[in-house]
Design a protein around this ligand. Sequence first.
Ligand SMILES: Nc1ncnc2c1ncn2[C@@H]1O[C@H](COP(=O)(O)OP(=O)(O)OP(=O)(O)O)[C@@H](O)[C@H]1O
Length: 285
Amino acid sequence: MTDALTAHHLTKRYGRRTALTDCTLEIPAGRVVGLVGPNGAGKSTLLQLACGLLDPTAGRIEVLGKRPVSGVKEVGFVAQDTPVYPGLTVAEHLRLGARLNPSWDRALADRRIDQVGLDPAQKAGKLSGGQRAQLALTVAAAKRPELLLLDEPVAALDPLARRTFLQGLMELTADQGISVIMSSHLVADLERVCDYLIVLVASEVRVAGDVDDLLASHHRLAGRRRDSTGLAVLEKSVAVIEESHTDVQSTLVVRSTAPIDDPSWQVDRLDLEDVVLAYLSGRPR
Ligand SMILES: Nc1ncnc2c1ncn2[C@@H]1O[C@H](COP(=O)(O)OP(=O)(O)OP(=O)(O)O)[C@@H](O)[C@H]1O
């Protein structure tokens, strides 16, 4: 099956400012991908490169096996500010979507508008931020794309609306098998819906992979204080992602596919948020 997205040494610079550096990724199709990273890490830049709104400065990107071209029907994009036409009603958005998109799924659009409680007669300019996000997702999903790119879609939503939105997203991916790449700062939400994770920090991909593999291969080690040379007791196959020390104790977050056998460490599993935080605060590649 063609990958949803591949990037090889992808770099994007705006003048002298680098937004994305040497990004190499292979994201299989059919996944719900969480894209996390601090403000300014390059998430929006990667999504805009993927939907063809930006061109790379160097390197290569392919989406569904092709060079991205803006506006193709196979790719749906919801930008960070969830753009809608303020003067059009909800119903007019759906009619416009139907007119512009031959693959428009009217039943899906009507069902979602009903489910999320939007009034078809309401002008989009009078919707709340969360309601606008729901409308923008509905329009993007009803085009029946193969890949949905969502830039912080839940940022403006209250917790209940967020849950409804994410449930809707899970239904879309389960029913239609579409791939989703979604940026967010809310790792707990991503843990609920994503099966693939990319952590982007300071324009670099720090880690990318299956959520299950990431959870199985990352561990927290705690043991008596030792300096960096003491860490050499760890196998070469163990990568230290983050370390902290008190006078008596050393605590590490490590990545290792093999079990940690050294009895001088207490080994604990991590949840996805711990893994993300370790990469956000850990050492660069
Ligand atoms: N049009 C632009 N012109 C110049 N610099 C830009 C432009 N767009 C983004 N940048 C810079 O590129 C870097 C990456 O920005 P980007 O918007 O991709 O980050 P982000 O991870 O999406 O951030 P956030 O979480 O705040 O939305 C930042 O340093 C930003 O200032």
